[in-house]
Design a protein around this ligand. Structure first.
Ligand code: COA
Length: 533
């Protein structure tokens, strides 16, 4: 056994300061999550309940197996935009009749559940997760369709939603639509394209055009029920496979559908007994310094998230600024890459490329724990080939076929974000801690670069340089980049799948690893690009 030792001084002032800062950030995060939970606010929630309807999360709770967790994804979508936090849809992974499913639920208390550009991005991300991990999809539908004022941003790309449903189906991934209310116009294609549909008596409204539109188009007089009610679709059009008498009945029927899917995971659950880490996960609050320039040892994090704190380090003496090694998490074998001193040098990059290839040979998923300021710059390093070595690592990450999980703990700057499997490199899941920051470079560095460029430009034109204006500009740019680097801002733009409490890291990664093993985990045996040696 290779159990990690810990040097964390939980009685010391550093730990107390880091913990206090993290708790402060978590309180701020809770306040933003509360906005998503509040949906459209008291007035619309009360009206919805007054209509005898359940809220989106209550529907999910009745759908999933009792006392099982729901891993909600992208709860802060639309943060910092003109649209409400949460983007009028709830998405996540839950267990239904023992089957891990990707569940989406429109929030009808937010502008009638209409889809704005962030709703669309969140829904498309959910589909991507379902597809990559072969998770059956259950859509709990009640939406006013496109958010009309922002239609120009969603009409054309929004077509992908319906395309996705049928592509999932074609790939053998079951799709189920339960219609609780409005699902009109484009929305009608959600049940229309799904493998299984459930509609609710006097509640579901599924038509291409409502009575006013029909009157305008053809002059025909009609009503909601005859155009698109559950009874009509169950008896006459045949669009409804299941007729439910109320919301709980619809959710019960959806559970029965899942029970009969015969959906099998590609891999059985791990057979090894799961050992808890030796160290208390609560201590994850006190590891990351408030100032990200101060390095921290990621082994302290690894020791608190992997089974038995047991970690077999690979090449510990070579490229020590990147920690690599093997462990198990909730019984699943994993390879871990974690930044130690922040900067990635040539040896770290080469070590990473080799480690990623090994994981692919062994079919072992990889976890990337980010705290990097990027690849090293400077004459010595350029001459030493830092570009080609960084490229080697990015090549390995890009063409690796084992599932990747990324967690942004601290800094995730520059090409280091790419090499550590940032968002554009398709990690199966990516989460950030409240302490994370991500951008092309740090705010001070970026402001400094702009200032040097402006000074050189003025000199080239023979103009004097306004030092006072420069100081003002630097401060402004620094503040802007700082704000744009923060996890809530990035989460709002769907650059992660959620900002998580560090204490939940082991649980969240465990849930993800279980979901991931629904699809075959197979590494790339070859198929990497040309490694520039
Ligand atoms: N785009 C933008 N805002 C919308 C919207 C849409 N598609 N649908 C509803 N809203 C807004 C309403 O303007 C209202 O805002 P307000 O409270 O600030 O006035 C709020 O959402 C709630 O709508 P309301 O009609 O009061 O709720 P409801 O629960 O009684 O009815 C709908 C919900 C969806 C049935 C109804 O609003 C509707 O038919 N909307 C238009 C549907 C449509 O034609 N969509 C285009 C399809 S592509």
């Amino acid at each position: 056994m290779t159990v990690l030792a810990s040097a964390l001084d939980t009685g010391g002032p550093d730990y107390a300061a880091h913990r206090a800062a993290m708790l402060g950030r978590l309180a701020a995060l809770d306040a933003e999550h509360a906005k998503a939970l509040a949906g459209g606010g008291e007035k619309y929630v009360a009206r919805h309940r007054g209509r005898g309807k359940l809220l989106a999360r209550e529907r999910i709770e009745l759908l999933i197996d009792p006392d099982t967790p729901f891993l909600e994804l992208s709860p802060l979508a639309a943060w910092g935009s003109d649209h409400p936090v949460g983007a009028s849809i709830v998405t996540g992974i839950g267990v239904v009749e023992g089957v891990e499913c990707l569940i989406t639920a429109n929030d009808p208390t937010v502008r009638g559940g209409a889809s704005n550009p962030w709703t669309l991005r969140k829904a498309l991300r959910a589909n991507e997760i379902a597809y990559a991990n072969r998770l059956p999809c259950i859509a709990l539908v009640e939406s006013g369709g496109a958010d009309l004022p922002s239609q120009k941003e969603i009409f054309v790309p929004g077509g992908a939603l319906f395309r996705d449903i049928t592509r999932l189906s074609a790939a053998g991934i079951p799709t189920i639509a339960v219609v609780f209310g409005n699902s009109t116009a484009g929305g009608a294609y959600v049940p229309g394209m799904s493998d299984h549909t459930v509609m609710i008596k006097e509640r579901s409204k599924v038509f291409l055009g409502g009575p006013p539109l029909v009157k305008m188009a053809t002059g025909e007089e009609s009503d909601d029920e005859s155009l698109g009610g559950a009874e009509m679709h169950a008896r006459t059009s045949g669009l409804a496979d299941h007729y439910a008498v109320d919301e709980p009945d619809a959710l019960r029927q959806a559970r029965r559908i899942v029970a009969r899917l015969n959906h099998r995971k590609a891999h059985p659950d791990p057979s090894v007994p799961v050992r808890q880490p030796k160290y208390d996960g609560d201590e994850l609050l006190g590891i990351v310094p408030e100032d990200l320039k101060t390095p921290f040892d990621p082994r302290e994090v690894i020791a608190r998230i992997v089974d038995g704190s047991d970690f077999d380090e690979f090449k510990p003496l070579y490229g020590p600024s990147l920690v690599t090694g093997w462990a198990a998490l909730h019984g699943y074998p994993v390879g871990i890459l974690a930044n130690a001193q922040g900067v990635l040098f040539s040896p770290e990059s080469q070590k990473a490329a080799q480690f990623i290839q090994l994981a692919n040979q062994r079919d072992i998923p990889l976890i990337f724990l980010h705290n990097t300021t990027g690849y090293m710059v400077g004459k010595e390093y350029e001459q030493g080939g830092i570009i080609k070595h960084g490229a080697m690592m990015i090549n390995a990450v890009s063409n690796s076929r084992v599932p990747h999980l990324s967690v942004l703990m601290g800094a995730s700057y520059g090409a280091g974000h790419y090499g550590m499997c940032g968002r554009a490199y398709d990690p199966r899941f990516l989460f950030a801690w409240p302490s994370a920051k991500s951008a092309v470079m740090g705010p001070q560095q970026l402001a400094g670069v702009l200032s040097i460029v402006a000074r050189a430009s003025a000199a080239a034109k023979g103009q004097p340089y306004d030092e006072e204006a420069d100081a003002g500009l630097r401060a402004m740019v620094e503040a802007q980049i700082e704000a744009e680097s923060l996890p809530m801002f990035l989460s709002g733009r769907l650059y992660d799948d959620g900002v998580i409490d560090p204490r939940d890291t082991r649980t969240v990664l465990g849930l993800c690893l279980s979901a991931i093993h629904t699809a075959p985990v197979e590494g790339a045996r070859g198929g990497f690009g040309v490694f520039r040696m």
